[in-house]
Ligand binder design. Structure first.
Ligand SMILES: [Zn+2]
Length: 431
């Protein structure tokens, strides 16, 4: 396809993610990386060099958005051993492979919520150059973590890793510095945590609140000033409330969300990224039995009743976006369609609502709704063409073989779950 030719997706049934409706027989024209025209088949004027994909009878929807992964991790239950056996430079190649798995499964935008310094921002530049197929990346670099988040027990390589990805600074000025440092490293958003984590050691309490209100407000203020949103890992309800009070944009996990927190989130417009698949994988008997005893206990504390708490939050009107936390044990990259399905199976969303969560709501959650999340003139041409209609049966999004084409930046990159975009003659031009 030459530089100036257009890619035309003809006569498909197009999902309008903003209105939540399927619109029949629309034609979409893309040029370079943008959608330049959407309209009725009758008023479409074909040009000589157009490359046309006939989408008659197919469902066409916006490229889906995965809002929480860790691209340098694989999802093996033996994650501690993984740290011991992986050379540092291997993380970048692992991240590329995982990014491509997401693209291959119809997710054209992926937000990484914590990685080694430089991995995501570097990979993003290579993908944006068109050298390699990959999703649009939104990265947090390492994130900003506070003392008390993890105890220092484990393989030395894991402790070193956790030290490297931590910016352990107390007080407002240090926090402002840490936010600027993340920006300078190449972060697109700031990731932090108000509570401990499920997989961390015994002293990492999911009920503990790690930052003061003043510090959290400083993170949000400085991030917003620099054009970045803030995502906050929070399991316990006190941690959720502290983040919401401080005006943080997305709550990641939200395991113990209460009615009061849900009300606060609705008032503030805070998004919940429930990462249901992560806890469901951890609680599955095969994975659960491989975890250390204190982690097993925390898994079940979070898992029990979470479905009901998240359903309550959804019913109260909390906005939800899709994220799997892929790389946690048993939770492999490229399976985000399962999270979309869980929105229907576990939280009672309609397939339309689940597809909105996977598209426009994800875009809004990560401040990219002027560019992606819907099929509209002027937005990036990130589009999936599916033989079957996920609005009739949400299982469709769990099998990428249903997708005849995954288009990103106006280029067909994936067909039937396989990467088909290669650019052997492309020169890297880093400007
Ligand atoms: Zn995570």
């Amino acid at each position: 396809m030459s530089q100036n030719s257009r890619l035309v997706i003809k006569s498909g049934n197009v999902f309008d993610s903003i209105e939540g409706k399927l619109k029949e027989n629309l034609t979409i024209v893309t040029k370079h990386n943008e959608i330049v025209w959407v309209g009725d088949e009758g008023s479409f004027e074909q040009e000589e060099n157009d490359k046309v994909i006939d989408a008659t009878g197919k469902t066409v929807f916006p490229g889906m958005i995965e809002c929480h992964v860790h691209l340098s991790g694989t999802g093996t239950p033996l994650y501690e051993r993984e740290y011991l056996r992986t050379k540092r430079d291997m993380w970048s190649y692992i991240a590329l492979d995982n990014a491509q798995k997401h693209l291959a499964s119809g997710f054209t935008c992926v937000r990484d919520a914590g990685c080694y310094k430089g991995v995501i921002s570097s990979l993003k530049r290579i993908i944006n150059e068109g050298v390699l197929a990959g999703p649009r990346l939104v990265g947090s670099e390492t994130g900003i973590w506070q003392w008390g988040d993890s105890e220092s027990i484990g393989p030395q390589a894991l402790i070193d890793f956790e030290r490297e990805v931590s910016v352990v600074k107390a007080g407002v000025d240090n926090i402002k510095y840490a936010v600027r440092d993340q920006k300078r490293l190449g972060a697109d958003f700031i990731k932090t945590a108000t509570t401990g984590g499920v997989l961390h050691g015994m002293e990492s309490k999911v009920s503990m609140v790690l930052w003061t209100d003043e510090e959290l407000v400083a993170i949000r203020e400085e991030a917003h000033r620099l054009g970045m949103h803030v995502g906050c890992h929070a399991h316990g309800d006190d941690g959720i409330q502290a983040a919401v009070r401080a005006g943080i944009d997305t709550i990641e996990h939200g395991s113990f969300i209460s009615e009061e927190s849900a009300k606060m989130m609705v008032e503030k417009g805070t998004y919940l990224i429930p990462t249901r698949l992560a806890i469901a994988c951890l609680a599955s008997s095969n994975i659960h039995k491989q975890m250390p005893p204190e982690v097993q206990k925390k898994i079940m504390e979070c898992y029990n009743g979470e479905k009901e708490r998240h359903t309550m939050a959804f019913e109260k009107g909390v906005k939800i976006a899709i994220g799997t936390d892929a790389a946690t044990p048993g939770n492999f990259h490229g399976c985000t369609g399962l999270e979309v399905k869980l929105m229907v199976d576990d939280y009672g969303m309609t397939p339309v609502q689940a597809m909105q969560a996977a598209t426009i709501e994800g875009a809004r959650a990560i401040w990219l709704d002027d560019k992606i999340g819907s099929i509209e003139k002027g937005k990036f041409a990130d589009i999936v063409i599916s033989d079957k209609n996920p609005l009739e049966n949400i299982d469709v999004v769990t099998d990428p073989k249903n997708f005849s084409h995954v288009i990103k930046d106006g280029k067909v990159m994936v067909e039937r779950g396989r990467i088909t975009y290669f650019s052997p003659t492309k020169q890297i031009q880093l400007d």
